[in-house]
Design a protein around this ligand. Sequence first.
Ligand code: DX5
Ligand code: ZN
Length: 217
Amino acid sequence: MAVKIAPSILSADFMRMGDEARSALDAGGDLLHVDVMDGHFVPNLTMGPDMVKGLRRSLPDAFLDVHLMIQYPGEFARAFVDAGADHLTFHAEVVTPDQALALADLIRGLGASAGLALNPPTLAADWTQVIPEVDLLLVMSIFPGFSGQKFMPEVLPKVQELASVLRPDQRLEMDGGLTVETAPACRKAGCDVLAAASAVFGAPANKRAEIIGLLRG
Ligand code: DX5
Ligand code: ZN
């Protein structure tokens, strides 16, 4: 499947969010990655459903890929889908496999697609029962919480392992430390969605198309 690039608005200029989000899509971004943090599951606070609502209002056709780095994703799923999220990814570290299955069903029942995220130490082998039941697997290549961290190549074998078991209708997303230098190894390992914050928004608007093109390969 063609590789999709998901600019993460976490590194955008929040005072100019509408223009920033539009610039990333105009530059060839396929979807917008929205990083939600609760100051509990991760040591940072970012944005909530109102940001999704604002993005949806100004960009009616954008695909909004919401990454929930929060302790209680089930309590907020409805608010994010009602606000306009197309997809919700929640973390394996905050649910049991049974809860993950129920949450994926809940999210799909609300009308969005559902993803499971694995932090660097979390093993795919512990989630074999859930992996076939989600629309997307997200492999963290940093510890979540902040943009601008260094890519962890040690997660690449996990990506290869997942790529070998996923069906063609399932997506494999990599998130963290993606740059023009680190993206080729992720694509080679089998990722077909690459989220990138600082690589895209750290560059001036007139350079973003070139960077997104190089990330896509
Ligand atoms: C981190 C977020 C990532 C982050 C990536 O917790 O989930 O999506 O925005 O930032 P970069 O691309 O700068 O590593
Ligand atoms: Zn993310």
